[in-house]
Every structure is written in C-alpha cells, then in structure tokens.
Ligand binder design. Structure first.
Ligand SMILES: [Zn+2]
Length: 431
C-alpha cells in the first residue's frame, strides 16, 4: 500500500512527458506507473491536465540569515521557494554574517536555519583570501562546493581572489575533488558608472569582462584539473569559450538566470533599480543568444540568484543601488513564460531548473521523478496565468522586477518528501 499516488496526463519524467501515476511511500518515489494502472494508496490525487514536475533545485540563493535577516531569512525564503515549486535551495556563503568561510561559520548558519525551513536546504562554502586551509574541512562538513569572486563582491567581508590565490584555491579544491563556483567578471574591465542611468551602469560592466574572466577560469581548470562552474552567465560572449572548453574535456559547467532570459536592457524603466544585478541584464539580441546557449547545452542550469535587500537600498540610482534581483518564487513561471513562447517544452525547463542544478550540487535523489528519489513534486498548471504582485510574495521585501508582469504557469501544490507544503510548515531538512 502506498501513502500517495499522483496521476497526471502531463508527468515530466526523465524519458519524456506523458500520462503517468507516481506512487510514494515513506517520502520516496516507489513506482512510476501507466496512468490507468495506478496502484492503491491512502491518498490519491488526480491532476488531470495540470503537469507533474519534479521539485526544482535552486542552487543559487542568497538567504542572508544570520546577519542580514532583514534582507531575507530562512523561513520566508523557503516558503517563497515552496510556493514557486522549488523543493531544495543551496544557500550562498555571502551576505549572511558571518560568511560561510570556515566550519564554525557553517555551524552558525545551520543553527540559524534549523527548524525554520519549509524546503530542503544545502550550503555552499566560500573561498576568500586567507581561508585556503579551511576548505577541506568545510568540504568534509558538507558544503557542496566553494564560491569565489574575481571582482569585488558587494560586501567587504567577502573579498575577491587575485590570480595567484585563484590558482592556489583551485589546486587545493582539486586535491579533494571538490567544486569551485565562480562569479566571473574581470575587475580590470569594470569601471565606476559614469552616471545614475541604466545605460551608464551597463556600460560599466561590459560583456568582455565576463568573457575574459571565463577564459581565465577555463585556463586554470584545464591546468589544475578542478571541476569549475560559472555562475550567472549574462553575456553571450561567454558561450564560445565555454563550448570550446567542453569539447576539449575541461570540467566546466555554467548557469544563467531567469532575469537574463526574460528581461532586457531595452525595457528597464528609468530609475528602476529592482532590475540591477551584477553582471547586468543586457540587450535583446544577447538574450536570444543565451537561449541558443541553453538549447545547445553550453549553459546547463537556470537558477534564480535570488539576492534581495531592503527597499531602502534600492535607491533610484543605478550607480548607488544594491545589486541583486529578487525572484525565488517566480523563476519557474518566468522561465516557462518565455520558454513556451520560444517553443521549448516542460522537459527542457525541468532539465535546466531541476536535474542540472541537482547534479551540479551533488544532490543525489533530487531533481527528477525516478524510483528511489525523494518524492519532491510540483503540480504546475502550464496554461494558467498570474499577474505578479510583489507584496503578495513570500519574499521578506516586496521588491522584484517582475512586479505587474503577467506570467504563464502557476504552481498549484508542492510536495516535499511526499507531503504537501502548507503554511510554511518547517519540515525541510538541512542537507
Ligand atoms: Zn549570487
């Protein structure tokens, strides 16, 4: 006898999309059956034409607790995640205080998260100047990999690595076969914006700075053999070096974000710094190229880079405002809106937003509907529409560039290990 059986005419399985019945017992997927052969269960849910997806894995979330909990915290971030169909987040090591650059800081963060999370949470560590000796211990303590910057991060307590430190860190991480994830902008090609407008901000962070940083990371990944990942690719100039490195067998992957795929520089309103992030949202032609990079498999993952702040830091001056976009609850609908318009299917979205991020972070048992996996599932109505009201989101601060937009696709129910997530009940585990 199963605890739960969910049937859908549009179940998105690794082998394709179609009718299926997914059975769950003790929090795990115990069987995937033909829709008309659904087994007995204590609870049966028939979704009809509403799609059944695996819970998404968002490997790029800045929760900010402890230390900047007024920007975002574990309770509200994970409630937003669940409402957006995300059943696992991987928390970034910076913006919280202390940053996750030593084991004691990881313990502080775990203590802050414990008992508060509506979905599962895993953690990235950080690689900063002077903490190389800590990396192996952090790896053994369970971080999924290490984030570093090559340019200033936006917060003083998380400084960037210079060229020599980057090589040394990569060598160290390679020694235990860990993963380095890189914010790749070359500081030599970044400038202070020449004015408060979006054009000046965009001009201060050219795509060439991303490309040059990506080329440096590739060269060092080739040299050290470390597994490396490029965070939030915004410029299509990165695609060619990434594709070439992959062909050559360099162990490198890359992600992009919903905002780079769905928004464009041409449409950023005057002073609308809810659109500010680093690297920046670029032009429409660049956005089309990013979609081609995804289709070609040069970009592996689509993850939110949810990086909120309080509204007062989003002053209407692109040179001065906090750089970070808040979208954890909206990523699936935003990406689906644009993906469906461009002829992609739910299977593509699941590959980019669930399977690939789970693989990146080494989260076995997550990211796909397969027997033995955790029963993290989402009922997603792909034809329904919603108009975004920032104030109605679970994010702590009602600031998002998607406010007022009509998105296609609505999350109806999210199950974490076979139980529907309701009212933010803190049943999430720390992974
Ligand atoms: Zn980030």
């Amino acid at each position: 006898m199963h605890d739960l059986v969910i049937t859908s005419r549009r179940a998105v399985l690794p082998e394709g999309e179609g009718p299926a019945a997914v059975a769950v017992r003790d929090g795990r997927i115990t069987g995937v059956f033909d829709a008309d052969a659904a087994p007995e269960a204590a609870e049966r849910v028939d979704l009809g034409d509403v799609a059944l997806l695996p819970g998404l894995v968002d490997s790029h979330v800045h929760v900010n607790e402890p230390g900047r909990t007024h920007w975002e915290g574990f309770a509200c971030a994970t409630r937003a995640a669940a409402a957006g169909g995300v059943t696992t987040i991987v928390d970034m090591p910076l913006n919280s205080l202390p940053p996750t650059v030593e084991v004691s800081a990881l313990e502080v963060k775990r203590a802050a998260a414990a008992g508060r999370c509506a979905v599962d949470v895993a953690f990235w560590g950080g690689a900063v100047p002077g903490n190389r000796e800590e990396l192996r211990a952090l790896h053994e303590a369970g971080v999924r990999g290490f984030k570093c910057f090559l340019s200033p991060s936006g917060v003083d307590e998380f400084p960037p690595l210079d060229a020599a430190e980057l090589r040394a860190v990569m060598t160290e991480i390679a020694s235990f076969d860990g993963l380095l994830i890189v914010h790749a902008e070359d500081p030599e090609l970044l400038a202070d914006p020449a004015g408060p407008g979006y054009a000046e901000f965009l001009g201060s962070r050219p795509g060439e700075s991303e490309r040059r940083a990506v080329e440096r990371v590739i060269a060092l990944a080739r040299e050290t053999g470390v597994r490396a990942h490029i965070l939030h690719v915004s410029s299509a100039l990165c695609l060619e070096p990434l594709a070439e490195a992959r062909r050559e067998g360099v162990r490198i992957t890359a992600e992009t974000c919903p905002h780079y795929l769905t928004l464009a520089a041409e449409e950023v309103p005057e002073g609308a710094t809810q659109f500010k992030c680093c690297p920046p949202i670029r032009g429409e032609a660049n956005r089309d190229e990013l979609w081609r990079g995804l289709a070609a498999g040069v970009l592996d993952c689509v993850v939110s880079d949810h990086s909120p702040s309080t509204p007062d830091l989003k002053v209407p001056d692109f040179a001065a405002a906090w750089g970070g976009i808040s979208s954890l609850q909206l990523g699936l609908s935003a990406v689906w809106t644009e993906a469906s318009r461009r002829g992609y299917g739910l299977g593509d979205v699941v590959r980019w937003m669930a399977e690939a991020p789970a693989a990146l972070a080494g989260l076995d048992g997550k990211g796909s509907i397969a027997v033995g996996n955790d029963a993290d599932l989402v009922a997603f109505d792909p034809g329904a529409a919603q108009t975004v009201d920032a104030a109605a989101l679970h994010h702590r601060n009602p600031v998002t560039p998607y406010h007022g937009r009509t998105l296609t696709g609505v999350v109806r129910t999210t199950w974490l290990r076979g139980r529907a997530v309701r009212d933010g009940a803190p049943r999430g585990a720390l992974l």
